[in-house]
Design a protein around this ligand. Sequence first.
Ligand code: PMP
Length: 418
Amino acid sequence: MSEQSTATGAEELAQRYSRSLIGVFGAPQRVLVRGEGVHVWDADGNRYLDLLGGIAVNALGHAHPDVVAALGKQAETLGHVSNFFATPTQIELAERLLQLAQAPGGSGVFFTNSGTESNEAAFKIARRTGRPRIIALERSFHGRTMGALALTHKEAYRAPFEPLPGGVEFLPAEDLPALEAALATGDVAAVVLEPIQGEAGVIPLTEAYLLGVRELTAAHGTLLILDEVQTGIGRTGEWFAHQRFEGVVPDVMTLAKGLGGGFPIGAVVTFGEHASTLLSPGQHGTTFGGNPLGAAVALAVLGTLAEEDLLGAARTLGAQLTAEVAALAARDARVEGSRGAGLLQGIALAAPIAPQVVTAALEAGFIVNAANPSTIRLAPPLVVTGEQLTSFLTALPALLDRAEQLVAGTDATPEKRF
Ligand code: PMP
């Protein structure tokens, strides 16, 4: 019998995947074929509770009827047009974002298709100040295109692609004296940071630090660029994570992920006249940015988040999760506690076994990921229930047992990857 004929549907798809895709993400963990609400199904019919939401993307869960309806209606009305034309949907979305960001008069929005593209645009805005230096933070992640990568700290991501665009320096988070010394020269165009460092392991920056950065950048005429790609659009219980702290208002904010609830759309919001006029006509653009389909979906996402008070839900459920993880940590030394805000949470483990916990979780029907080797990241759809979150925490001790077996190599049944 040939290998092909014995393969199950999932296995066959997996083989075709590895023969036809460039494997930058490694072998896929599962082949997924359907999603509804907080659940997805694989090609073998197994159901998973999706506590990752495409990494902070599926704010309303999978196949939300409002999103499906908005997409269908817009597709029937007007799809893509070139950016030499305006569309009402795009204008309405820009106005809504400015309103939610509480941006002052003279502010503006530039639409992109992803987080890395939003940060590319922010990088260009920074360059247009005429100042040569940009400060980013150690442990930062801002994307994989060359400019966004230049702002990203991790050496393993950077090294294969040097030389990257220059002028970027990295400072440790929470070190205001170092920042003050760096800004004192007056030649720093921008400070760019994530209010919660997501890829680094869900590490929230403190209110005192963020306020200090805002004060110092304002004093030195340096732009404050906040990357809210992972933290924005209600996830932390506010529309944008910086809104948790009064007085932390950026000059430039980058968005993507949750904005489209699964449809690819990103945005750059510039606050006030100065930041909004640095890019002149002809200096930037992208074919699909602001297309009516993405804009219609994003409007539906923002509308439903507000109508169903899902920001309130993120706050309540985040507090519940924090308390339940603390209770678990008190009785299981393998769990140290949690970090984060709202429904962007990292569960800190005592040992670097998060990747094995991810594998064990998949076997048990949960999707989570390892934000770093000792942190499990949860970024579920905001429509998740308290019971669903609790079900994961109830399972966690057994998942840790299984992860320990996997680490020790005592497991007789190797993980079924598809
Ligand atoms: N910035 C941050 C903070 C992110 O978390 C990510 C994605 N993990 C990006 C930028 C890049 O976004 P995208 O993958 O949409 O390019």
